[in-house]
Design a protein around this ligand. Sequence first.
Ligand SMILES: Nc1ncnc2c1ncn2[C@@H]1O[C@H](COP(=O)(O)OP(=O)(O)OP(=O)(O)O)[C@@H](O)[C@H]1O
Length: 646
Amino acid sequence: MSEKAPVRRESTPMPSVPSRFTAAVSLSVRAAPVAFAAHTALTLVTSVTPVVSAWLMKLVVDNIVDRGPRGTLLALVAGLAAAGVGTATLPQLIQYLRGELDRRAGLLTQDRLFTATNRFVGLGRFEDPRFLDRLRLAQPNVGMNPNDVVGGGLNVLRALLTLTGFVGTLFLLGPVMAVLLLLSGVPMLAAEISLSRRRARMIWKVGPVERREFFYVDLLSSVEAAKEIRLFGTGGFLRGRMLAERRTANAAKRAMDRRDVVVQAGLATLTAAVSGAGLVWAVAAAHSGALSSGDVTVFVAAVAAVQGSLSMIAGEIARSHQALELFGHYLVVTTAGPDLPTRAEPCPLPVLSRGITLDDVWFRYAPGHPWVLRGVTLHIPHGGALALVGLNGAGKSTLVKLLCRFYDPTRGTIRWDGVDIREVDAAELRRRIGAVFQDYMHYDMTAAENIALGDLDALDDAPRLRTAALRAGIHDTISGLPHGYATLLSRTFFMTADTPEAPDTAGSPDRGTDGVGTGVSLSGGQQQRLALARAFLRDRCELMILDEPSAGLDAAAEHDLHRSLRRHREGRTSLLISHRLGAIRDADLIVVLSEGKVVERGDHAALLAAEGTYARLFALQAEGYRPHGTDAPLPASTATATTRNH
Ligand SMILES: Nc1ncnc2c1ncn2[C@@H]1O[C@H](COP(=O)(O)OP(=O)(O)OP(=O)(O)O)[C@@H](O)[C@H]1O
């Protein structure tokens, strides 16, 4: 069989600029059609008000100089006042509409982004730094908003309309000057576009640096890391690392800003030179009688407006270009193909009746990485309990991840009652599995929610939650919490019902606020029981996987847990991983993995008799329970307790 890359690196190409622009516009329209239409219409109205004002001003000045009819003058002044009110008020309305569009487009973008990431079947994408960089840049709260593209496009359109009006005016008054002014816009545009390209490249380049900086920020502000940081005194070291990343990002941004300053200064000098020349020409023309006083007024306004519009067009094109680059990351993420091959019409997954078979399974996390599983062949019989044993790094958890189809085997197959699990719907496969992972999750949510995340159908089903909690031995603890199952299991958030107006005790030496507003923290073992309850909620699952389910439990709890598990797994297929060999001694089949290979298999008695790895590990553990300095065998009762509880 040919080798398949287990982790498909993201390979979706960046869409072309026109398709990015079309996609951004359609997303903004879909997010808020009314606000979009109103924003567009008002923006276009504001594009003509400066031209109208300038012409009205010319007519007013000419009327005063020529002593025109009083009624006409009043009408012109009224028109000028109306245009002034429009110029003054419309920007506020436009700004509000822009904000609303930003918010709605941001919401839709976020929704689509995380709908897309949830669609990935496996874990590979989340271990691909390039993908993670894109995902960060594509988030509306980090900087990307499709509306920036639309807003930029509209501003360009507005500036173009204003420009057309004033250029027409200038052509009437001084065509040479009009051409000169327009030509001065060409280097401006070229320079701005080149700057925006560089800026977009810089943002992409510093992406990984900023992600690392956020990693250190997260460490320095998380309660989980706070213990070790204080114990080992690593705060200064981590702060140094964080600042080093910030300095690297700052250096890249500074270099960009310096280039910006030089280019903008050059452009401003050019602009000043052109408008100075225009002013000299207009004064000379007025002196010779070629232009009226009103003409000079409108000419000066037109030069300023044309230059303003040109600079706005150049700036907005540059900003839109940059926004389009960021929007491209969003499109790459949301249109990325599946991370693992999926069938358009998946095979139905049969009810497990025979078992799960791994046939010559080889696996490595990436093509350049070492093999983690090397030709594993084993059968987990239906209704049986299979235990996996092995030293750290032997590949046990990896095997579990393949069973859940978080990755596909690089070679070989895994069959569920004869059906290759690559052929079935991964979500359906996972619905049939209950699991507690070695690195189980704890959620900053209520106790009920922490359990219900195992099966959201049970979110409002108190008896089911209670049964699962009872089986995991955590019910009494939860019942004793201030709000029972509704207690927030977190000290880092406020309870939903409470408001952040609770007294701020951060600066107070005595934080004895009786937990005002915040939830409670559970111990590590209690959190592990909660994770077990989450798995037990899936009491109808066909395969139960328990990867080190009792590592954090006290001896009595572990004993109770294994008794409960034995009861629970009757007639159910289960896969158990534990370094505490007493916990798995009564499994139907014990498989010893070493460096990705099955090196021993059999039941407890057979493996002890074989005097191999398992027997050696078991003897080592039992040794720890022998009275000091004796070779005497343990008393029968102690031996039983030892092997069962440790
Ligand atoms: N996501 C990953 N990417 C790359 N390598 C990984 C990844 N996860 C695990 N590995 C590597 O795979 C090997 C097997 O790891 P695995 O977690 O399966 O071992 P294990 O038998 O469960 O060990 P332990 O008893 O310590 O839990 C290790 O060498 C580890 O470095």
